[in-house]
Design a protein around this ligand. Structure first.
Ligand code: BGC
Length: 746
């Protein structure tokens, strides 16, 4: 007994020395260092590492609610905190953590979803840019700012495929497509983690919500998901796999049940697929309270059972359920959770703390000077404006109304978003005290852009969700006195986001009536729509000559919109989700199956897979977006009509800029496997390129296709390709492609 005590005391001494950076520890591998810490830990200390609390930090002082959290941190009962940011606050709590017996530093996690100090466009908007360099850069900047404020870990990227715009969380992801979503997952993870954990400007990424959260029935948040494993593997998992392959440090599981088993207690997802088949070495955090919520699901009898099921299933850290801290010790003692399960979870968590360099210097993210520098980094604002203009989608531009002349004599700037500030930021963003001076409204952006002699008239017209027409008269008067109307409408920043599912996704309030009233003045009208999801605005789409979808664009929204309105930036964004004509079409997505009775067009309804009272086509398809110039595609030429396994196919088009402006086209490659052992989608995105062309210029755009691009999960969940005919399609949207067919044989 005495001997054991002595050994432990010596180990502890070595460990403390190592933490103070005074010993040979650097020479040991991280795994060895993790093991040496683990050996010293009591069961309670281990469970403490698996416990995460919310900060409840009041801006003016330390933790206000749950004051005992500080005591728990001091006692080694907390491994991580969320919603504690700023050098001051994180330092204070880290100092408390270092008073614990083993001085294990805390991890600070935060939802840095689309920027921290500089707010970038919402992720769905960024996805519309199809620009991986810009998206990676946006995540890089978010990480730079957040890490300077003491944050170690962002709960992003959200990589849930979403085919249902009623679900408010579509704003957080990359839309409906698996291929695009996977590319973006990789770009974001790479951006957040920069040159690797251990650099003080890198934050750990967290791929969430694992898995299939975006397929919630009816688009209702937190709802159940029931889907075939084939669909899970083929459509919903690849972006997660891409995030894991890109080195995402952590995963977050999800609130939903998947085929009857809550994701948090789901062994198939967390143990078999993630930690097994994918060999993921990071750790999994639960979603907020999702361990305890397994009781509501009817999967766990009580918190004791919930802790057992979640930890055994591979949930390593419990966010805010308190199920682990209250039950795991008993569960271990009763043999219901085995020690190796605990050790594995703690090892994974400690490993990340080591990789972040926190054992070497727990305060390495607490540098006031760096925090100050990053607080007003003007380079970041420039990058934000660039990302924002690349995210704006031109939906309509009849008679080339856009771009507008900077010399326009009188502009009426109307609508609830015309002078909006914080609504430009969108859900999952922070309100900083000086935001009103930093955020650029549309009004300000346009004012800066136009000629000194241009007169600008403002009228609000109505509020976002108003039922009153009281402001219409003033708006009509403003319109009548103008040469052009800029009408900025949409959703308030809290209308899309978590728990913001809507059964109606029409423009809220009387905004579309305002469109009608202003259209009736006969003045040219440009409608700008700010939103976090695809909205329905059929009357507007069918009548007004010009529409820009401006999402929630972030800090420099007004500047970016003005860049596009006045032609300093030629739009090239393409929709990452289909826009329905009516809610009755949802879920609507481009990569559906053909069915046995496909309708060939909207009049083809006789015993067809169609609606008797509604079109089957979206208002705007996936991949759609216009430019101020026009692009002409030649037919697709293939390097061969018949090829064999092991060979590559090159598919090319000649792309001509047939308009008057230089522009960038996002050329999209789709493939259809015409006959399969299981049915295949009518088309699947397999590649894209952004091609810049001067007016009148022509370029050949080629894609190299391999049999990897033909693979799918068959009925036995085997991932392979099958011989046969394949349609190769290239075009500027999922609905407008040129085709050629290849016969590919094993
Ligand atoms: C959300 C997560 C988020 C977490 C922490 C949950 O409600 O689903 O996406 O990371 O809260 O804020």
């Amino acid at each position: 007994m005495m001997k054991r005590f002595l050994v432990q005391a010596v180990c502890l001494l070595i460990f403390i020395c190592c933490n103070a950076g005074v010993c040979f520890s650097q020479k040991r591998t991280i795994d060895q260092r993790v093991d040496s810490v683990l050996k010293l830990m009591t069961l309670d200390e281990k469970i403490g590492q698996m416990n995460q609390y919310n900060g409840d930090w009041a801006a003016t002082g330390p933790i206000t609610k749950d004051g005992d959290k500080q005591e728990q941190i001091r006692n080694g009962k907390v491994g991580s905190m969320l919603n504690v940011t700023g050098v001051d606050h994180t330092r204070t709590l880290q100092e408390i953590a270092l008073q614990s017996r083993l001085k294990i530093p805390l991890l600070f996690g935060q939802d840095v979803i689309h920027g921290y100090r500089t707010i970038f466009p919402i992720p769905l908007a960024e996805a519309a840019s199809w620009d991986m360099v810009a998206i990676q850069q946006s995540a890089r900047i978010a990480a730079t700012e957040a890490s300077a404020a003491g944050v170690h870990w962002t709960f992003a990227p959200m990589v849930d495929i979403a085919r249902d715009p009623r679900w408010g969380r579509v704003m957080e992801g990359a839309g409906e497509d698996t291929y695009l979503g996977s590319m973006i997952a990789k770009a974001r993870v790479t951006g957040f983690q920069g040159n690797g954990l251990g650099n003080t400007d890198a934050v750990m990424a967290c791929a969430k919500h694992f898995a299939a959260y975006g397929a919630a029935v009816g688009g209702r948040d937190y709802n159940s998901v029931d889907m075939s494993l084939r669909q899970l593997y083929e459509i919903y998992l690849p972006p997660f796999k891409a995030a894991a392959d890109a080195g995402a440090a952590t995963f977050m599981n999800s609130f939903n049940d998947l085929n009857g088993v809550p994701a948090t207690g789901n062994k198939l997802l967390q143990r078999t697929i993630l930690k097994g088949q994918w060999n993921f070495k990071g750790f999994v955090v639960s979603d907020w309270g999702s361990v305890g919520e397994m009781i509501n699901h009817g999967f766990s009898k009580d918190n004791y059972e919930a802790a057992m099921q979640a930890s055994n299933a591979g949930s390593d850290m419990d966010m805010e359920s308190r199920s682990y801290i209250q039950n795991l010790a008993k569960l271990v003692k009763e043999g219901k959770v085995k020690m190796p399960v605990i050790d594995d979870a703690v090892r994974r968590i400690l490993k990340k703390k080591f990789e972040m360099g926190l054992f070497d210097d727990p305060f390495r993210f607490c540098n006031e000077q760096r925090e100050k520098q990053q607080w007003n980094n003007t380079q970041h604002l420039i990058a934000e404006r660039d990302m924002a203009k690349k995210s704006i989608v031109l939906l309509k531009n009849d008679n080339k109304l856009l771009p507008l002349s900077k010399q326009t004599k009188t502009i009426a700037c109307i609508g609830p978003f015309a002078k909006a500030k914080s609504d430009n930021l969108g859900f999952w963003s922070y309100d900083w005290p000086d935001d009103s001076t930093r955020i650029v409204s549309l009004w300000e952006g346009v004012q800066k852009k136009v000629d000194a002699n241009t007169k600008m008239i403002y009228a609000k017209g109505c509020g976002i969700a108003d039922t009153s027409h009281a402001g219409f008269a003033e708006a009509i008067e403003a319109a009548k006195n103008a040469d052009v109307i800029l009408l900025s409408i949409g959703e308030a920043r809290d209308m899309s986001g978590e728990a913001k599912s809507r059964s109606s996704i029409q423009l809220p309030g009387v905004q579309e009536e305002l469109v009608k009233a202003l259209y009736a003045t006969g003045k040219p009208i440009v409608v700008l729509i700010s939103a976090g999801r695809p909205l329905i605005f059929n009357w507007t789409a069918d009548h007004v000559p010009a529409i820009l979808y401006t999402w929630w664009l972030g800090t420099k929204a007004g500047d970016a919109i003005a860049d596009v309105l006045f032609g300093d930036h030629n739009p090239s964004a393409k929709l990452p989700m289909s826009f329905p004509i009516a809610e009755g079409q949802i879920p609507i997505y481009y990569n559906h199956y053909n069915t046995g009775r496909p309708a060939m067009n909207d009049s083809d309804k006789f015993y067809r897979s169609a609606y008797t009272d509604l079109s089957i086509y979206p208002k705007y398809p996936f991949g759609f977006g216009l430019s101020y110039t026009s692009f002409t595609y030649s037919d697709v030429s293939l390097s061969a009509g018949t090829i064999k396994a092991g060979q590559k196919l090159t598919a090319s088009v000649r792309l001509t800029n047939s308009g008057n402006y230089a522009g960038t086209e996002t050329v999209q490659l789709y493939i259809r496997d015409l006959v399969g052992s299981v049915v295949r989608p009518v088309k699947e995105l397999k590649g894209f390129q952004k091609v810049e062309l001067a007016a009148g210029e022509t370029k050949t755009v080629s894609f190299v296709i391999t049999t990897d691009d033909l693979k799918f999960y068959n009925d036995d969940l085997k991932y392979d390709w099958e011989s046969g005919d394949f349609e190769i399609m290239i075009g500027g949207s999922s609905a407008e492609v040129k085709k050629a067919t290849v016969n590919w044989n094993k």
